[in-house]
Design a binder for this molecule. Structure first.
Ligand code: FES
Length: 171
């Protein structure tokens, strides 16, 4: 009888630990894939990046197109043509449509790059096409304007966006 109770207790304890682990995994997944808080109106998308962690990538949309925003880590290299400052941190932004034939690449967290499932295209976290893969050019950058310390308005062309356009290599 005592043996049965002990087994029951161990079973419940292990079940509890597994349950807590599963819930923690789900919370982490939700945090990673949650779209950014955003408001869409008349061709503009207002996005709040407040609370993003260093290195985190979050998705939003602009005019029906998938857009990603990455918060750079303090140790990451900053590229004038691909990165901008907002509230004391740097971010990268791009329209997540493959410049080869228009598929939607996925972010590979473990590899640290975007992978296009169609023909194996790869893009860096800054959205630059990787040599030796099919995409001919980097992700397009949506026009955007910085507002305050944590807000972006996609669809408006602000000075940070213009600075990136000016710094881009000319074809
Ligand atoms: S559409 Fe992305 S590699 Fe071909």
């Amino acid at each position: 009888m005592a043996e049965v109770k002990r087994r029951d207790f161990l079973g419940m304890a292990l079940g509890g630990v597994a349950g807590i682990g599963a819930i923690a995994s789900l919370v982490a997944m939700k945090r990673t894939w949650d779209p950014l808080p955003s408001v869409v109106s008349a061709g503009f998308t207002t996005v709040d990046v407040n609370g993003m962690a260093d290195g985190e990538i979050r998705d939003t949309q602009w005019r029906g197109k998938p857009v990603y925003i990455m918060k750079k880590r303090p140790t990451d290299e900053i590229e004038a043509a691909r990165d901008f400052e907002l509230g004391g941190a740097y971010y990268s932004i791009g329209i997540k449509i493959c410049t080869h034939l228009g598929c939607i690449p996925n972010w590979k967290e473990s590899e640290g790059y975007f992978h296009c499932p169609c023909h194996g295209g790869q893009f860096t976290g800054n959205g630059v096409n990787m040599p030796g893969t099919p995409p001919p050019r980097p992700f397009d950058i949506p026009p955007f304007a910085v507002k305050g310390e944590s807000t972006l308005v996609l669809g408006e062309s602000g000075k940070e966006y213009q600075a990136m356009v000016d710094a881009a290599p000319k074809a």
